[in-house]
Write a protein that binds this ligand. Structure first.
Ligand code: TRP
Length: 327
């Protein structure tokens, strides 16, 4: 069975070093292993209010950052979800193979809808579209954060239900939850994950942050009492900064700790800032170059969508036929 990896990422203007270190960097490194498909999920994004201008910009900037971080359109497939209508069509098929009860048990809906005045059905139904994203490509592996595991399990159930009703059609995908890389935490509250939706912008180093902003954020990151630069559960702030250092330097935590031994917190932070600035620089330069020509970027994305559709359309045609749709 050929390895097929499918990763979906929400269009966001706020990609941060946690997204890069925890996900995107590993996606880029894994590109020689099997077929890798990367999708900017703009259709998922409209389950919450989106300003059209902002959505367009965030879709392009997210795609550009993926390319700048090493996603290679020659080796892999990068495209935007709405460019391939098979996702919407497959989402409907998924819908008709999920029970109300099962969809009602999705915990992310509860979190995302809580306290909102207006909640659209798409937000509730989000996992059906996500199931289609995954199973239309005979995906074997889905790298995701912990919060998405339940959705991948639902995708497996959709595949199983369809297969048992209509005969063997879909593969069952495996969720791959953060096997590699450290969890990067907020710089302001190191007990919390660094998050795109954190209203406090000092909590995250964004991929587009200028060197002086990166330095300022890291120098004012929350540390812990004591003076020793050492990773431990009692020192979440220092541990987080050590993780950031070791991830960017591609060394072990122990190695980073050894390199920082005897430094004051201030000198330690300044070394962490140095490496973050150094490693973001080539990504930012490449990003600027890609965004210098949005027409070319769109062309690349359309090319990716075409390749994606060659795969998804075959599967969808088989599905339509099995269901009894005439063509
Ligand atoms: N729901 C995912 C998230 O919010 C994004 C996503 C959409 C996705 N479709 C996917 C992830 C398919 C993996 C596979 O992070």
């Amino acid at each position: 069975m050929a390895k097929v990896v499918f990763s979906g990422i929400q269009p966001s203007g706020n990609l941060h070093i946690g997204n890069y270190l925890g996900a995107v960097r590993h996606w880029a490194k894994g590109q020689d292993d099997g077929l890798n498909i990367f999708c900017v999920v703009d259709m998922h994004a409209i389950t919450v209010e989106q300003d059209p201008k902002v959505l367009r910009e965030n879709t392009l900037s997210t795609a550009a950052f993926l390319l700048a971080a090493g996603i290679d359109q020659e080796k892999s497939i990068l495209f935007v979800q709405s460019m391939n209508a098979d996702h919407a069509n497959g989402g409907w098929i998924a819908n008709c193979n999920i029970s109300m009860g099962q969809m009602s048990r999705m915990t992310q809906f509860k979190d995302k809808s809580e306290g909102k005045q207006f909640v659209n059905v798409g937000l509730f139904d989000y996992p059906a579209l996500m199931a289609a994203d995954i199973i239309l490509y005979s995906t074997t592996h889905v790298p995701i954060g912990d919060d998405q595991k339940q959705h991948v399990e639902l995708a497996r159930d959709v595949a199983e239900r369809f297969n048992s009703r209509y005969g063997e059609t879909f593969l069952l995908p495996e969720p791959v939850v953060g096997e590699t890389g450290a969890r990067i935490m907020s710089l302001v509250d190191p007990e919390k994950k660094m998050s795109k939706s954190d209203p406090n912008t000092s909590a995250s180093v964004f991929l587009f942050d200028e060197p002086d902003v990166v330095r300022k954020k890291i120098m004012s990151a929350v540390t812990d009492s004591g003076a020793e630069v050492k990773a431990s559960p009692e020192k979440p702030g220092i541990t987080n900064l050590l993780s950031i250092h070791s991830e960017f330097a591609e060394t072990s935590m122990e190695d980073s700790e050894r390199q920082m031994q005897g430094l004051s917190y201030g000198d330690f932070k300044s070394k962490v800032a140095d490496i973050v600035v150094e490693k973001l620089k080539p990504i930012q330069e490449k990003y600027a170059q890609i965004r210098g020509d949005d027409n070319k970027l769109l062309e690349t994305l359309r090319g990716g969508a075409k390749k994606a559709q060659e795969i998804s359309h075959k599967k969808l045609t088989e599905v339509y036929d099995k269901i009894g749709f005439v063509s």
